[in-house]
Design a protein around this ligand. Structure first.
Ligand code: SAM
Length: 250
């Protein structure tokens, strides 16, 4: 893909996700359930949401802990949406919006107690993300990272073929647990996001948005790809999905 075509493609993808509260599959009740199972964090934990989109995680964490959240995303459009949502929810004083690259954070070693990242680690590759972010965590700090994962060993061929093309580094949960262990974490627990959350909170709002956006060759391509992804998930959601890895820095 040439640089111009890539820029247009990212703009079309951003246009499709604009105004959606979630830019990837996730669920607030599910996130609260994860937080309720935590080992103790400091009373006012230092929190970061990396690849935060318009703040699905950051806003929930700010509300839950009443503590500051450094919210990082490369998209200025999503960061603007985050600022507007924080204002609406009267959480502006707790959200620190940062437009930047989550792979190049110059924060002090050990400066984060809770690192959260939903649906974004794949941009760096799960293991690369863990290795890049590990130094940011305080002693015994916690990372909650969702990652596309194979749920079984007998995945049907069409699902393998699709994801080998879309995300060749996608691993099984066992592989991801090994990757986390090699990167300086112990795995406290893993939780699979229910497939219902994909439909209700992500795919259905995207379907609605597909009716609204201006059709150009780029948006047409992005819509086609998203519909293809949905058709695959409809058939094969028992075989893959997002697993949330709850990790502790060792
Ligand atoms: C699938 S979305 C998930 C967003 C959000 N966590 C959510 O669940 O709604 C992935 C996000 O990662 C952001 N992103 C991709 N590469 C990035 C990078 N290198 N640095 C910061 N953000 C990045 C994208 O702009 C996008 O908002």
């Amino acid at each position: 893909m040439s640089k111009d075509i890539k820029t247009e493609y990212v703009a079309a993808l951003t246009a499709l996700h604009r105004g959606r509260d979630r830019k990837g599959p996730g669920d607030s009740d599910f996130s609260h359930h994860i937080l309720s199972n935590f080992v103790t964090l400091p009373l006012k934990p230092r929190i970061a949401d990396l690849g935060c989109g318009s703040g699905a995680g950051a806003l929930l964490l700010a509300q839950h802990y009443q503590s500051n959240v450094m919210a990082v995303d490369s998209s200025s459009i999503f960061i603007d949406e985050l600022k507007a949502r924080a204002k609406q929810l009267a959480l502006e004083h707790l959200i620190i919006p940062i437009q930047g690259d989550m792979a190049k954070l110059d924060w002090a070693v050990g400066s984060v107690d809770l690192l959260w990242s939903e649906g974004a680690a794949y941009k760096l590759g799960f293991e690369q993300a863990l290795q890049t972010w590990r130094p940011l965590l305080a002693n015994s700090g916690i990372a909650v990272i969702s990652e596309m994962s194979w749920f079984t060993d007998d995945v049907p061929e069409p699902a393998i073929a699709y994801w080998q093309n879309a995300y060749p580094m996608m691993g099984s949960e066992a592989e991801n647990i090994d990757r986390a262990s090699r990167s300086g974490f112990s795995v406290l627990s893993t939780h699979r996001l229910p497939s219902q959350a994909w439909w209700v909170n992500y795919y259905e709002p995207l379907r609605e948005r597909m009716q609204q956006i201006e059709i150009t060759p780029s948006t047409e391509l992005v819509i086609y790809e998203t519909e293809e992804e949905m058709r695959l998930f409809e058939k094969f959601s028992d075989f893959y999905g997002y697993t949330f890895y709850i990790l502790q820095a060792t």
